[in-house]
Design a protein around this ligand. Structure first.
Ligand code: CP
Ligand code: NVA
Length: 309
């Protein structure tokens, strides 16, 4: 059994194995409909428990489909419906109960510590469905989408992120180290990745480039990523933050500086950080990106149960 909490803690070879498995499975089920089970039913009989302490559309639905396609079953619970949520039962006892009934626990939470505490007390694997510091399922799936569209290893591409230093960017930075790709970041000075993140990159003998000028950041990019300026877990002054990012909106002018054939990706939901014509334009691959979550999350589920081929 393995956990899937942060990309930085997972060996690069395992991440690659997840992507390879996802590719094979995606190709094999082209003619199957949404809830038809993969022929080998690799997770037959298993119960995955999903818990969301924060809102989610894509993660919730794509995991529901992924779990079903692998032959497993799922139940989605809300923290507020548990004794845990009301503070009447400890995390330790809740973890014991989850491990008694379920085979895996999938958690979206506003506390990194809660994921860590669960991981210490569960005897079943845990998957991080988004925390304040990371969104590993999203980013691993995005690597898959980039390679699927570009038909080459991401290590040969220039990747650019325009936006906040948030959970998705943290996971993208970890991915840039694991998959060894060039990463440019365009953001205002006060929103740069923290020193401990940059130190970790350096310790792993990689470099990321940070620009205040978004035009410099996107120059020669093969892929431009963005995300909402204000994240679910943001507690600060939202109006100020949006104002600070006003020159970082992705529009056609900015996309002109990228390489020919460049693509635009966004995990969704979106805000004002991207213009309507870019988001709905021909460089945008956001719907393909969202759908691929299903396929890569199947690989992640197989990984936690040591069932990757
Ligand atoms: N991208 C993503 O994780 O979307 P949801 O918040 O809707 O799950
Ligand atoms: N950074 C965003 C991602 C949403 C999927 C957030 O945490 O709200």
């Amino acid at each position: 059994m393995k956990n899937f909490i942060n990309l930085k803690d997972i060996p690069a070879a395992d991440l690659r194995k997840i992507l390879n498995d996802a590719k094979k499975r995606k190709n094999k089920r082209k003619k199957l409909s949404t809830l038809e089970v993969d022929k080998d039913q690799p997770l037959k009989g298993k119960l995955l428990i999903q818990m969301y302490e924060k809102q989610s559309s894509r993660t919730r639905l794509s995991f529901h489909i992924a779990i079903n396609q692998l032959g497993a079953g799922s139940i989605t619970i809300k923290a507020s419906e548990l004794h845990l949520g009301k503070g009447e039962e400890s995390l330790v006892d809740t973890a014991k109960i989850l491990s008694t009934y379920g085979d895996g626990f999938l958690l979206r939470t506003d506390s990194d510590k809660k994921i860590e505490d669960f991981s210490k007390n569960l005897t079943i694997p845990i998957v991080n469905l988004l925390s304040p510091s990371s969104h590993p399922c999203q980013v691993l799936s995005d690597i898959f989408t980039v390679e699927e569209i570009k038909k080459k290893s991401i290590s040969k591409l220039n990747i650019c992120w325009i936006g906040d230093c948030n959970n998705v960017l943290n996971s993208l930075i970890a991915a840039s180290v694991k998959f060894k790709f060039n990463l440019n970041i365009g953001c205002p000075k006060n929103y740069r990745p923290p020193k401990f993140v940059m130190d970790w990159v350096k310790k792993n003998k990689r470099k990321i480039n940070i620009f205040n000028d978004p035009k410099k950041a996107v120059k020669n990019a093969d892929v431009v990523f963005s995300d909402k300026v204000v994240s679910i877990n943001d507690k600060g002054n939202k109006a100020k933050k949006i104002k600070d990012f006003k020159n970082y909106r992705i529009n056609q002018n900015l996309m002109k500086v990228t390489r020919p054939q460049s693509i635009f990706l966004h995990c969704l939901p979106r805000g004002n950080e991207v213009s309507e014509d870019v988001f709905l334009g021909k460089q945008s691959r956001v719907w393909q990106q969202a759908l691929n979550r299903v396929h890569v999350q199947k690989g992640i589920l197989l990984y936690i149960f040591n069932k990757l081929r």
